[in-house]
Write a protein of this length. Sequence first.
Length: 441
Amino acid sequence: MTTWQVRIARVFGIADHEARPVMTGALLFFMLFAGYFMLRPVRETMGVAGGVDNLQWLFTGTFLATLAAMPLFGWIAAKVPRRTILPWTFGFFALNLALFAVCFHLQPDNLWIARTFYIWLSVFNLIAISVVWSVCVDLFPMAQAKRVFALMAAGASLGGLVGPLLGIALVGVIGHAGLLWLASILLVAGIAVARHLQRWRDAQPVREELTADARRRPLGGSPFAGFTTVLRSPFLLGISLFVLLLASVSTFLYFEQARLVELTFPDRADQTRVFGTIDVVVQSLTILSQLFITGRLVQRLGLGVLLVAVPAVAMLGFVWLALAPTFAVLAVVMVVRRAGEYAFVRPGREMLFTVVPTEAKYKAKNFIDSVVYRGADAVSGWAKALVDILAQQPAIAALIGAAIALAWGLTGAGLARAQARIADRESLPDGLDVAGEGLRR
């Protein structure tokens, strides 16, 4: 055991032998999020450039693109070994980024290329992040997940902090096309880091489904197995509802953010700086929480606090926004909601999947993280637009958002209890279908 591993373990409250995988997982998240958040402010500016009134069309296009992408991902997950799902996915997206870089270089002002990139990046975001979490959920049992997931996710927050800073510093030098090439390189490097994490697990098997031989075998099944698996499992349906409500809250705030930014900052360069600044503040708060709060919080108070606290804060934030619909209030609510989601909700949500079967950790999880999430985006986007047309009062939409946040928190509380019951049943020798029974009791 090296000195740095012992020091990291003592500072962050983990076992000595867990320092290496934590740092490796954090590096994997860092590379993915640095590339994504480097491009995110550009995407947001492109969305505003097409008109805030047209955002629901971009959300709908994103949902349709996600539906088209899921059978392809399902086919890959069924045919290739589990340990190669991430390299195939990252390699495909890296190639896409290279193609977009060429298009941006040849036609930098083409509006349809910009809209296509907006949709593509929104699909890439959910699928790529879900795949990384699938690998982590597959490699770490629940006991370890409680200790290491938040720390590994801190790598994502650090990447989310560095990415916008890189974008701001380099966009004037290498342009949008150059940023895409850099993000592509980070994805390819992420493949090498993921292989290193797999080799660590090969040397330290914990349970049968984590052995190297098992992870070299394809998952098999249908490309649409993620959808059918979710339909058969009340527990997975509960997670789907949680994600649907989460996405709806995010969409209501996102539309308000776009509306207020357009009114307050008419210049496109200023808009990009505002979006980048919000990302920097969010990730700074998130990384501090993940390093020093999240892991200790879940070990002391349980999973439920991660799934309930942020919805409760979001509900209060919506009420505040209804009373004072200004950009300053929106910025505070947006920062707190996003930082809370990254620091608490996302690690908690991933812990739910530690008790589901292996195939569900890849196929059903990716279906929920992408199709369900983007479907909720599309539906809630049109709902928000309809509310704005009918009510013509931002306060009405904010109060509806508060009601959605309340339902989100109640769903999170129910899932935490169900996950605890499933974990108890999983330790029994009767071999019952714990994933299907979790919410029936």
